[in-house]
Ligand binder design. Structure first.
Ligand code: ATP
Ligand code: MG
Length: 278
């Protein structure tokens, strides 16, 4: 009979960062137990080394560090950071055409009848932009980095709470929009420490056709441009480009991790490392 690791052993080893890409078979259960113990010991040792290094040197976890690099890079590029509420009104969702009939509606976390946790940053950015466009000359460039919430049937790259970076530039000349989207995608990818990636056309439930940023088969970001059919609801007529990235997905690809939970806001992981290691 083929003796393999039990599913709880596999879960434990994976949570400690093992990719377990090669199948392991054993002659006896005693051999399996001893191999498991040995692997677990090495992984725990590595995890402790990592946490000690974090304590000694960096002192900020990956998610905080990537946010810091992005804030620095985008502000250098002339983008102004905005910080808006995570609780938004039902009316804001409706202005994004997200009502009962919309695919994203079932994913929304409701706080009460008329308030929800934002599933995206766009409604707040539209709202702030409308005011800023009355005050500032174009191009108006703003961005936000913050938590968004969606009920997901948790896969290895979907979180219920994830960190979105959304940037928007108002007043980009119509003929320069595609080029500008590429420049801005490059800027975000480079600031994150990522290089080669692809653009892929995708049908978005909110924005119609979007151009996604894809690497190693995973969608990292999604871009859009306007004038757009959603704009009139927000009283906006300007041309624009915008792009939104999930920071945990960027980190997942950069750190070559198979588990997005390790890089998310977490009480079980710190800096990608499982904490229950005694
Ligand atoms: P997917 O098709 O992978 O579910 P999406 O099309 O729903 O993603 P968008 O609404 O375009 O995603 O959001 C922009 C970015 O936010 C995505 O490219 C991804 O990086 C990130 N993102 C979206 N949903 C999640 C989630 N549940 N967990 C982590 N990141 C997410
Ligand atoms: Mg998409």
């Amino acid at each position: 009979m083929k003796i393999e690791f039990t599913s709880s052993q596999i879960d434990r080893l994976k949570s400690l960062g093992s990719d377990l890409s090669r199948e392991m078979c054993f002659e006896t259960t005693a051999q399996r137990e001893s191999q498991f113990k040995e692997l677990e010991k090495t992984l725990v040792l590595n995890a402790k080394k990592h946490l000690n290094k974090l304590r000694q040197d960096e002192r900020k976890p990956l998610l905080a560090r990537v946010q810091e690099s992005l804030v620095n890079r985008l502000t250098q590029e002339g983008f102004v950071q905005v910080v808006t509420p995570t609780i938004i009104s039902k009316k804001f969702l409706e202005q994004m055409t997200i009502d009962e009939s919309h695919d994203l509606y079932a994913q929304v976390f409701w706080v009460d009848k008329n308030k929800c946790l934002r599933p995206m940053l766009a409604p707040n950015l539209y709202s702030v932009s409308r005011e800023l466009l009355k005050i500032w000359e174009k191009p108006v460039r703003i961005f936000e980095i913050g938590s968004c919430f969606r009920k997901e049937s948790q896969g290895h790259c979907h979180l219920n709470e994830f960190t979105m970076l959304n940037l928007v530039e108002w007043g980009t000349p119509i003929g320069e929009r595609d080029q500008r989207i590429r420049e801005l995608a490059d800027l975000v990818m480079n600031a994150t420490g990522l290089t080669a990636y692809q653009f892929e056309a995708e049908e978005s439930v909110v924005y119609g056709t979007t151009i996604d940023v894809v690497k190693d088969g995973l969608e990292l970001g999604s871009s859009s441009k306007g004038p757009h059919p959603l704009d009139p609801a927000w009283g906006i007529t300007d041309s624009w480009v915008g792009i939104g990235f999930g920071l945990e997905r960027l980190l997942m690809i950069r750190e070559k991790k198979n588990n997005i939970q390790a890089l998310a806001r977490s009480i079980a992981y710190l800096d990608g490392v499982r904490l229950n290691i005694k």
